[in-house]
Each structure stands twice: as structure tokens, then as C-alpha cells.
Design a protein around this ligand. Structure first.
Ligand SMILES: *Cc1c(COP(=O)(O)O)cnc(C)c1O
Length: 401
């Protein structure tokens, strides 16, 4: 039977303590023991099913982690307080002083800043490359390289990574392939394509209601045990643990992820096709004009579409700002940096989410001033939305009437 991430989530059955249809939330930071010996064993990680302290693990966090592991098809997973709280410990767990990372140059601004500015303090250095060119990726590998890092669909340029091709390189040089799948949950299943570790910011599509931060590392049991080790586990010791209340609320939202992703994808494809016809520079992996279109198609879980993210280039930052302000005024969406909300969100990444990337590098990677990144919402009538957006574009002079 074919792998289907949403079916895998659906097949998980959790009951509450009193037969509730939702699992009970464990509202405690610490747990009692009848025997002191069991407490010691639990601390050492040798007492299955026992809880000690909520930074280590909680029932609610384990439920959510197992559901996300089922979604990504990995052995297990560890949830964290934010996406960065999942990403940074994972990189640090694999890299020691002197080690080297090869990373895509088009990645989330925070991850970029961590690798570029923070990790060097620990003598961990990164080469940033065009991830769509496998020969360039391979050429950047040194004898100290430990990690190959990319996003399935990159932020904000929506470049598509050839995960199978990268996995082959990772195998050849004995590297760990880490893939941030935040932009394409359900759409792409990186572990099924050969990624060793799949990371997410749950803050975005997976939670989907822009009320919570969260992150997850999906991987082997061995990796997750290592990250959680009380003596030298980066997730355990850096302390970005998720709160149980949040884990429970994300778990409930995860149950509707497949419906939401289908609607995000349907709406984004519609708008991308219409705006491209209007001769606006449109980037969306679902368009044949996208250089990664065929690649995405070859990797995707088809029924979930090409995702909810698209970019439009309206020529200049001034025009972009004027247009975004007008669209917000007309209630077409919000001028906000995040993504994956029921409502369309838009921002100009050059001056916001990717502002950590120096201007010169932004230009080199094709991140232009007039670029607007859209996270398309769950709008019921997307043709109506298109007409209203088009009207805004006419008013600010991006399109003719
Ligand atoms: C938001 C985001 C992150 C960071 O997640 P936080 O939850 O904000 O810490 C990482 N990667 C991508 C692609 C993101 O969009």
C-alpha cells in the first residue's frame, strides 16, 4: 500500500484518562513515584512509560511526537517549543567544534543566522550553496562535513530541493541529510525520499491557527534518544521543551491538516495561474513555469497539491508595501510574517523575514525588493478573492484596469 501521511495520522487512536475522545492533558511539571528505585531508573531513561519531569517528556508531547512521526514515516520524533528549538539542537547534536555544514543558501532567516553567525562561535562552519545544483553541493563537501541541510521548498524563494539526489550524496560521504519540511507538510515526505531527519516549525501550517509556537525533529529512535539524553542531549540540555497544553492543542489541529492543506493548495494554484496570466512574475511550484515543477511533481503526495506558498514580484518595495497595506485594508489578508494561517498572510521578505541575509547575497539568490511572499488562506471563494486582489493591484498601479 502506498504511503499516505494523513492516513497514518488518522490511524492513531488516543483516548483520554476517563474515556475522553481527546487524550488527557498531563497538567504537571513533575511526577511522583511509589519507589525511589523507579525514580532513578526513569531518570536514566530505563523505565518505559514512567514520567519524571516535563522538560524530559510528557504524555501529551509523546502523543504529538508519535503523530508527527507517523506523518513523516520516521521511527519517532521529539517535539520542541519552537521550530528553532527543534532545528538548532539537531544541528548541534551532529556537529562538534571543527565540523562543517553544507546548507542551501535559501533557507529560513533564523536558521541562516544561526549557521552563519552563531555556530561559528563553536567552530562549526557552513558553506551556503545553490541547493538545486547537485554538483555544486557535492563540491562544497569537505572532510569535516557532517550535515547537509535544506528545506524541501525553500523560504522565501520556493526553490525545490532534489531530496533523492541529495540523499545519494549524503550516503556517499556519510553525511546526515536534514530537511526542513515546514512549507510542505503532507505535500512532500522527505524521509520517504531518503532524508535522515525531517524538521518542522509547527507554528506554521501544522498548527495552522497562528496561536502557538512549536517545532519537531522526526528521525530514528537512536537520534531522538540521543537528543533527549540527560547527560549530553542537546534538546534536553538547551531546554526548548514544549508545554503539554500546547502539545494537546496542536494535536487537535493536526487532525484537520489534510483538509486545510488541500484547500491552501487549491487556492494558491488558482491565484498563481491567474496572476501569471496577468503577466505578474509569479513563483509557485504548481506552475509549469517553475524550474522545480517537475521535480516537485515527482516527489509529491499528489492529492495534497503544491502547497499554500507563492510569491509575486510587483517591481519595487514601495509598490509592494502600498499593495500589502491596501489588501489588508480590504480584509484580503494580513501584513504579517508567519504562514499557514486560515487567512492569507503576506510580507516582503527582503525587508522582514530574510533581512538577516545581507543585501548583496539577497540579490545573488534572486530575492528582489518587490517580492511579496504569500501564504494563501482557506478562502471559500477564491475567484472572488482574485478579483478583489486584482482590483487592489489596479489601484496601486501594478496592473491596468
Ligand atoms: C518559521 C520557520 C522556522 C522557525 O520556526 P519557529 O517556530 O519560528 O521557531 C524554520 N523554518 C521555516 C521554513 C520556517 O518557516
Amino acid at each position: 500500500m502506498a504511503f499516505n501521511p494523513a492516513d497514518n495520522i488518522q490511524d492513531l487512536q488516543y483516548f483520554g484518562e476517563f474515556g475522553g475522545v481527546n487524550p488527557s492533558i498531563s497538567d504537571s511539571s513533575t511526577y511522583t513515584f511509589l519507589s525511589a528505585k523507579t525514580m532513578f531508573d526513569t531518570f536514566e531513561g530505563n523505565a518505559d512509560g514512567c514520567y519524571l519531569y516535563s522538560r524530559h517528556s510528557t504524555p501529551s508531547n509523546l502523543y504529538l511526537g508519535e503523530a508527527l512521526a507517523a506523518m513523516e514515516g520516521t521511527e519517532t520524533a521529539n517535539v520542541a517549543a519552537s521550530g528553532m528549538g527543534a532545528i538548532t539542537p539537531t544541528i548541534l547534536q551532529f556537529c562538534q567544534a571543527g565540523d562543517h555544514v553544507v546548507s542551501s543558501r535559501t533557507i529560513y532567516g533564523g536558521t541562516y543566522a544561526f549557521l552563519k553567525n552563531f555556530a561559528p562561535r563553536m567552530d562549526i562552519h557552513t558553506s551556503f550553496v545553490d541547493i538545486t545544483k547537485l554538483d555544486v553541493v557535492e563540491a562544497a563537501i569537505t572532510k569535516n562535513t557532517k550535515v547537509l541541510y535544506c528545506e524541501s521548498v525553500s523560504n522565501p524563494l520556493l526553490e525545490v530541493a532534489d531530496i533523492k539526489g541529495l540523499a545519494k550524496i549524503a550516503k556517499k560521504y556519510n553525511l546526515q541529510l536534514l530537511v526542513d519540511n515546514t512549507f510542505s507538510p503532507l505535500n512532500i515526505s522527505p524521509a520517504k525520499l531518503g532524508a535522515d531527519v525531517v524538521l518542522h516549525s509547527l507554528t506554521k501550517f501544522i498548527n495552522g491557527s497562528s496561536d502557538t509556537m512549536g517545532g519537531v525533529v522526526c528521525g530514528t529512535q537512536e537520534l531522538i534518544d540521543t537528543l533527549r539524553n540527560v547527560n549530553d542531549g542537546a534538546s534536553m540540555l538547551l531546554g526548548a521543551s514544549m508545554d503539554s497544553m500546547r502539545a494537546a492543542s496542536i494535536m487537535k489541529n493536526l487532525r484537520t491538516l489534510h483538509i486545510r492543506i488541500k484547500q491552501h493548495s487549491k487556492n494558491a494554484l488558482y491565484l498563481a495561474e491567474r496572476f501569471q496570466k496577468e503577466k505578474i512574475k509569479t513563483v509557485y511550484p504548481g506552475l509549469k513555469s517553475h524550474p522545480g515543477h517537475e521535480l516537485f511533481k515527482s516527489m509529491m503526495n499528489e492529492e495534497y497539491g503544491y502547497g499554500g506558498m507563492l510569491t509575486l514580484d510587483v517591481g519595487s518595495l514601495d509598490k509592494a508595501n502600498e499593495l500589502m497595506e491596501l489588501m489588508q485594508e480590504r480584509n484580503l489578508g494580513y501584513l504579517a510574517v508567519s504562514l499557514g494561517f486560515y487567512k492569507t498572510l503576506f510580507s516582503a521578505p527582503g525587508s522582514s523575514t530574510s533581512s538577516e541575509i545581507p543585501e548583496q547575497e539577497q540579490a545573488e539568490m534572486g530575492l528582489s525588493d518587490g517580492l511579496i511572499r504569500f501564504s494563501i488562506g482557506l478562502d471559500n471563494d477564491i475567484e472572488r478573492t482574485f478579483n478583489m486582489m486584482r482590483e487592489c493591484m489596479v489601484e496601486v498601479g501594478v496592473l491596468k484596469a
